[in-house]
Design a protein around this ligand. Structure first.
Ligand code: 4NP
Length: 143
């Protein structure tokens, strides 16, 4: 599972946060040969950079990130990744419409990671994504 794609609704808050949090852990642990990306299930924010409040929380936790453009998940992406981690059950229903199959798709945590676009609770989202990424690191180390 060395090609990982995180999925959320807009690809400007949760999934890019997960992308850069996991990249930070991989770098710190010296784990190489893992591709990490993130995509949206909607076109709402296509082309937009990470939401400023998500950038701020990454900065507070000393997580490096770069300027990026939100991208929508497309059918052809199915074969480009080994696993897709989504944030909440609603995402899976949208992913099903794009892929027609969900066997590579897992929820990052057992519970939903709620959309901070609506809750405004970026610190809670950071902590939850961090927990999920710690589990991914454990899985990668056991493979
Ligand atoms: P995200 O948050 O799914 O965590 O990137 C959202 C950002 C934008 C919108 C929805 C969710 N939006 O509808 O524009």
């Amino acid at each position: 599972m060395n090609r990982i794609c995180f999925i959320c609704l807009g690809n400007i808050c949760r999934s890019p946060m997960a992308e850069y949090i996991l990249k930070d852990k991989l770098r710190k642990q010296g784990i190489k040969n893992v591709i990490v990306d993130s995509k949206a299930t909607s076109y709402e924010e296509q082309g937009n950079d990470i939401y400023p409040k998500a950038k701020n929380i990454l900065k507070e936790h000393n997580i490096q990130f770069s300027t990026r453009e939100a991208k929508r998940l497309e059918k052809e992406d199915y074969d480009k990744y080994d696993v897709f981690y989504y944030m909440e059950d609603k995402n899976l229903r949208n992913i099903e419409r794009i892929f027609d199959k969900t066997d590579k798709c897992k929820k990052l945590l057992i519970k939903d990671i709620e959309d901070p676009w609506y809750t405004n609770n970026f610190e809670k989202v950071y902590e939850e994504i961090d927990e999920g990424c710690q589990e991914i690191i454990k899985l990668l180390k056991n493979n």
